[in-house]
Design a protein around this ligand. Structure first.
Ligand code: GLA
Length: 387
């Protein structure tokens, strides 16, 4: 039964077009490995069940017509003007995806689309990557073209950077492309290799929003520049170093004086890479308690080294530290706001989520929270159009 929010129905209502296909893709949680992706390092992440769905049809005229159900707004643009965007608006993401596909020689025709997403917006769960990957997979199918998951992620990343001005890494889009139910994704960003690690049975992620939203493009680019400066210093001092991924915590500290004020940023990245690799071993050995401690360590490093936390996130993680049911908690994603993730036994998840939501209720309003279910990769459903 179609609901009011069904994108197929909305496509019909908004533009009078029957959908020929519906694509969808997940948002993501960053589990461990913060700001490591653009340093060619390691990340542990997972796709979530919250998804962005896009219904597509061939457009009746020469313009692309796109409706956003969540923002109650439509945009129209010609393919040859796709790249002329207003920064940081949802339509900018759509247009930049189209522009990036055209730049790669994908032959697109004007299309009509309706978008509906259950990934919370600006919460650090990559609603934009879900939108980009859903759009790309749908548009590829519509035009009979194919790209590998790595290339789909790269198109999404390029669109994200063009739309926001932030020089973001590849992790959000890659996780959305390669997520698997009940599995974590361990990705590395030099060879772009991925392996899946099972989520420990009997445990769950409680996700709680700090309610703080932040346009992070400026801070993000500053942090990235600090990492690149530190790597350039180290490359002159140590053979075989080209990015922070090549540096061990001990080597980094040996060159502390040469790195100077960028040291805490570099330290965060180097130690996060190390935590991801140690975390994988702990998960494989079934030591969930020690794995959880790495999450707390990661958050502390965000607070003290990378300085990409905020008061709301620190309070949520502070709650977790005092509550014996929580094995580990940290911010997830770029930082400066958005969600925190809390590892708990599945049997404690509901009570823990209710208690933390109650503790952070302000003016009678609970923070957005959920017990995350780990989702899968993108999908495309072709529909039979009734004649
Ligand atoms: C954002 C970026 C990612 C990654 C994280 C931090 O989500 O889009 O590429 O850098 O921040 O780990």
């Amino acid at each position: 039964m179609p609901t009011n929010h069904d994108p197929v129905l909305r496509l019909r209502q908004a533009f009078g077009q029957e959908a020929s296909l519906v694509s969808s893709a997940s948002g993501r949680l960053e589990i461990l490995g913060n700001h490591t992706d653009y340093n060619e390092g390691f990340v542990l992440s997972c796709a979530v069940e919250q998804r962005c769905q896009v219904a597509f049809a061939i457009a009746p005229g020469d313009k692309c017509l796109v409706w956003s159900e969540d923002l109650d707004e439509a945009i129209a643009f010609r393919l040859d003007q796709a790249g002329d965007v207003e920064p940081r608006r949802w339509g900018g993401y759509v247009r930049c995806v189209v522009d990036q596909l055209l730049r790669r020689g994908i032959k697109l025709k004007p299309f009509a689309a309706a978008i509906r997403s259950s990934v919370p917006l600006s919460a650090g769960m990559s609603s934009s990557a879900a939108l980009e990957v859903a759009l790309i997979t749908g548009l590829l199918k519509l035009s009979g073209a194919e790209l590998s998951p790595g290339d789909i992620a790269r198109v999404g990343q390029a669109a994200e950077s063009a739309a926001t001005g932030a020089r973001t890494g590849l992790m959000d889009q890659l996780t959305s492309c390669l997520g698997r139910p009940d599995q974590l994704v361990l990705s590395e960003y030099r060879g772009l290799s991925v392996r899946h690690v099972a989520m420990p049975a009997g445990y769950a992620w409680v996700v709680v929003d700090s309610g703080e939203k932040h346009d992070l493009s400026q801070e993000y680019n500053q942090r990235r520049a600090a990492c690149e400066r530190a790597a350039a210093v180290l490359a002159k001092l140590e053979a075989g170093v080209s990015t922070l991924r090549d540096v061990s915590p001990a080597t980094l500290e040996r060159h502390a004086a040469a790195i100077g004020e960028d040291l805490p940023f570099a330290r965060h990245v180097v130690e996060e890479c190390d935590r991801v690799l140690r975390g994988e071993k702990l998960l494989l050995a079934g030591d969930t308690a020690a794995f959880g401690q790495l999450l707390f360590d990661s958050h502390l490093s965000s607070q003290n080294n990378f300085r990409n936390s905020c008061l709301g996130l620190d309070r949520l993680v502070g709650f977790a530290r005092q509550d014996r049911r929580c094995l580990g908690a940290r911010l997830s994603g770029g930082g400066f706001g958005g969600v925190s993730i809390h590892l708990v036994k599945a049997s404690d998840a509901e009570a823990y989520a209710a208690d933390i939501a109650k503790a952070f209720t302000r003016d009678g309003k609970e923070p957005w929270h959920t017990i995350a279910r780990i989702g899968g990769g993108p999908s495309v459903n072709e529909l039979r159009i009734k004649s």
